[in-house]
Design a protein around this ligand. Structure first.
Ligand SMILES: [Ca+2]
Ligand SMILES: [Ca+2]
Length: 346
């Protein structure tokens, strides 16, 4: 294994790409604040997240939510029971978390090298996509996107993406397949983060709604959400768009917005991120307080963090949403976790 020492962690990431086939741990000189990172065989950069404890979940008063999210009807503030009670969670081991969501280019390389067929293609039903001529009001479900249709998949969510955009229209099962393949190929342990690990990493020692603070009105500077650029495409939801133009009506290239305190980008917005856990409304009542793994069974898997199409209220670090593990949708992607230590293949 080669260690690379760089003044800039960004520079370290670039340098490590050149060594990607061998795998490379990048370490900052002692005493500097930037995190360690690792670049894997697909060019995915992982950031070392330290062990520690944090307060997971918590339910704010309806009054403070009504004050700060005035476009929402009050009934929505009574639908957050699954975010409580707040409880201390201990993460006993440091881990490496993807600095970014998995990109289209990384997912393509995984498919090319593994032979895996994404669920949307393997079952022949496709995914969902944006079509400017599609009218949700004419459909039974009133869904915001057209589908399922074989014309949509990770290759085509109905809007333009480059290899640097987060892959979407990928299922929880697809994420599992990529983690399994990387683990077998590299001799390391890749997986989705648990729900607790994800929220711990999103908060990065903050206790606010978002990594930048509590104020939803400045989110356009921090995350790719449903903003004034996207609102004209869905005029009936215009009132829910964050103020300002974040520059992207659809997905943005990963890392386009500031990182959180631990160097992780797009934990809020861009693509929802599958996590490992089953969802249960009462999970926090009975969950282990040390390295919780979530319910032992269930019907739907949790996704976190909101997306390019998500309103500010639903992009809070503590908000929980879910879908069946075979769901594929143009708002949902994932980021992978690499277990530490990374230096010794096993
Ligand atoms: Ca946006
Ligand atoms: Ca995200």
């Amino acid at each position: 294994m080669r260690l690379c020492f760089q003044r800039s962690w960004r520079a370290a990431g670039v340098a490590c790409l050149a060594w990607a086939l061998a795998g490379c741990a990048a370490t900052r000189p002692t005493g500097t604040p930037a995190p360690e990172h690792w670049t894997n065989t697909l060019g995915m950069v992982f950031v070392r997240v330290p062990a520690g404890s944090f307060t997971m979940g918590g339910i704010e008063s309806a009054e403070s939510l009504a004050r700060d999210y005035p476009s929402l009807e009050p009934a929505r503030f009574a639908q957050l029971q699954d975010e409580g009670p707040p409880h201390t969670v201990h993460i006993r081991s440091a881990f490496y978390l993807g600095q970014h969501e998995v990109t289209v280019g990384q997912f393509r390389r995984f498919l090319e090298q593994s032979g895996h067929r994404p669920e949307s293609e393997a079952d022949g039903t496709g995914g969902y996509g944006y079509n400017p001529n599609y009218d949700p009001t004419t459909t039974p479900r009133g869904d915001a996107f057209e589908g399922r249709s074989p014309r949509y998949s990770w290759r085509n969510p109905g809007f333009a993406q480059t290899d640097q955009h987060p892959v979407v229209n990928v299922s929880w099962n697809d994420a599992q397949a990529m983690a399994r393949w990387l683990s077998a190929t590299e001799g390391r342990r890749y997986r989705l983060p648990t729900e607790a690990e994800w929220e711990y990493a999103c908060r990065a020692r903050t206790r606010s709604r978002y990594p930048h603070g509590d104020d939803p009105t400045v989110l356009a500077a921090h995350a790719n959400l449903f903003d004034q650029r996207a609102a004209p495409l869905w005029p009936r939801w215009r009132q829910h768009a964050v103020p300002g133009d974040d520059g992207h009506a659809f997905t943005a290239p990963v890392g386009s917005y500031p990182a959180n305190a631990w160097g992780l980008h797009d934990m809020v917005g861009n693509a929802w991120e599958w996590v490992q856990d089953w969802h249960d409304d009462h999970a926090y009542t009975t969950a282990d307080r040390t390295d919780p793994q979530g319910p032992s069974d269930g019907g739907v898997r949790v996704r976190r963090g909101g997306s390019w199409h998500t309103w500010a209220f639903y992009a809070r670090c503590g908000f929980r949403n879910w879908n069946s593990p075979s769901t594929r949708y143009p708002l949902v992607g994932f980021r992978l976790l690499l277990e530490a230590p990374v230096g010794t293949p096993r």
